[in-house]
Design a protein around this ligand. Structure first.
Ligand code: AHM
Ligand code: MG
Length: 336
């Protein structure tokens, strides 16, 4: 029988890879793993304890907030508060960032950004949802309280990012910039166990993932690319939970698109909480992540916490192909 490697054990082993590492990032990742287990427990029993359904509020970007989103948000905040490694957090569910007091006179070096429960429209119907997180080293002085600039760093500055997929099984996938590894929660022992080592995205795949219901609202170059995917007999898969859709593409190859529409002229997805962490993971696995206007996502300047971006993320050859379509069709001559 293969020896089981738990998430905690793996994180501690990896600490040795970082010269001068003092263990803070290690503890922070472990705290996120604990929060994921607590949220997982609640996601699994949500139907039984009446926390499904829509709470009486909207999040700061105007979407309906589900009760389980609030629960997940609270649990991640609580775990990070107690960690002492993190001096502030920014969550998709909160309008502003939250500075965290030091623990035992220790001030944290890191800030954490997260979307506590992504794909919330899936909650009521028992379809996969996920948590996305990113970790940055603070840029403010360690003795001061954190400030907004700690969170407005480009994705290239991420020191770690990950996601948790609450699906048929629960998986935690993360990177600290040296490859991507995945852990499956074994409910019998309550531990995330290493199940997918050094994940590599295929160069191309058979899937494309986009809300094709908005087809007529996309720009012409994006419509041409989607026509091409359909002509190539690619399979359309769209769960409506970015974590789940990206997870399929990471493992099986393909491309995930969320272009600009009339309703969302800058795209719908949030750069800080969703696009940057997932772009970092996909790039670390050998994939590409650009906007539908062809800038590399991780290099986008971040001007405000809830900034949105368009995305084309996935297998490297397919993202390149989409780029070629955009270049060709957006350069098409206009007739007088
Ligand atoms: P959420 O964070 O409020 O759940 O919204 C983000 C989700 C993504 O997970 C998903 O890709 C997208 O919104 C789906 O949007 P749409 O219903 O417009 O296709
Ligand atoms: Mg989200």
């Amino acid at each position: 029988m293969n020896r089981i490697v738990t998430l905690d054990e793996f994180i501690i082993r990896r600490q040795i890879d970082f010269p001068y590492a003092s263990g803070e990032l290690t503890s922070l990742l472990r705290d996120l793993g604990v929060a994921a287990k607590i949220v997982n427990r609640e996601v699994n029993k949500a139907g039984l304890v009446n926390i499904l359904g829509v709470a009486d509020s909207q999040n700061v970007t105007g979407d309906q907030v589900q009760k389980l989103d609030l629960y997940a948000n609270e649990k991640f905040i609580d775990c990070l508060k107690n960690s002492g490694e993190c001096c502030g957090i920014a969550s998709e569910e909160n309008e502003d960032f939250i500075p965290l007091p030091g623990v035992e006179s220790k001030t944290g070096k890191y800030v954490v950004v997260f979307d506590p429960l992504d794909g919330s429209s899936n909650i009521d119907v028992n379809v996969s949802v996920g948590t996305i997180f990113g970790i940055y080293r603070r840029t403010s002085e360690q003795d001061d309280a954190c400030n907004v600039n700690d969170f407005l760093q480009r994705g290239t500055e991420l020191v770690a990012a990950g996601y948790v997929l609450y699906g048929t099984s629960t998986l935690l996938v993360y990177t600290t910039g040296r490859g991507v590894n995945g852990f499956t929660l074994d409910p019998s022992i309550g531990e995330f166990c290493l199940s997918h080592q050094n994940i590599q995205i295929p160069d191309r795949g058979n899937y494309y993932s986009v809300n094709q219901g908005y087809y007529l609202k996309f720009d012409v170059e994006m419509r041409r690319y989607i026509d091409h995917c359909s002509d190539m007999n690619l399979r359309l898969r769209y769960i409506g939970s970015m974590v789940s859709d990206i997870h399929r593409i990471l493992f099986q190859g393909g491309i995930f698109l969320y272009p600009n529409t009339r309703k969302y002229p800058h795209g719908k997805l949030r750069l800080v909480y969703e696009c940057n962490p997932l772009a970092y993971i996909v790039e670390q696995a050998g994939g590409k992540a650009i906007t539908c206007q062809l800038q590399r996502i991780l290099e986008l300047p971040v001007e405000h916490l809830h900034q949105r971006a368009t995305v084309a993320i996935g297998s490297p050859d397919m993202v390149e192909e989409m780029k070629a379509f955009v270049e060709r069709y957006s350069a098409a001559p206009t007739f007088p």
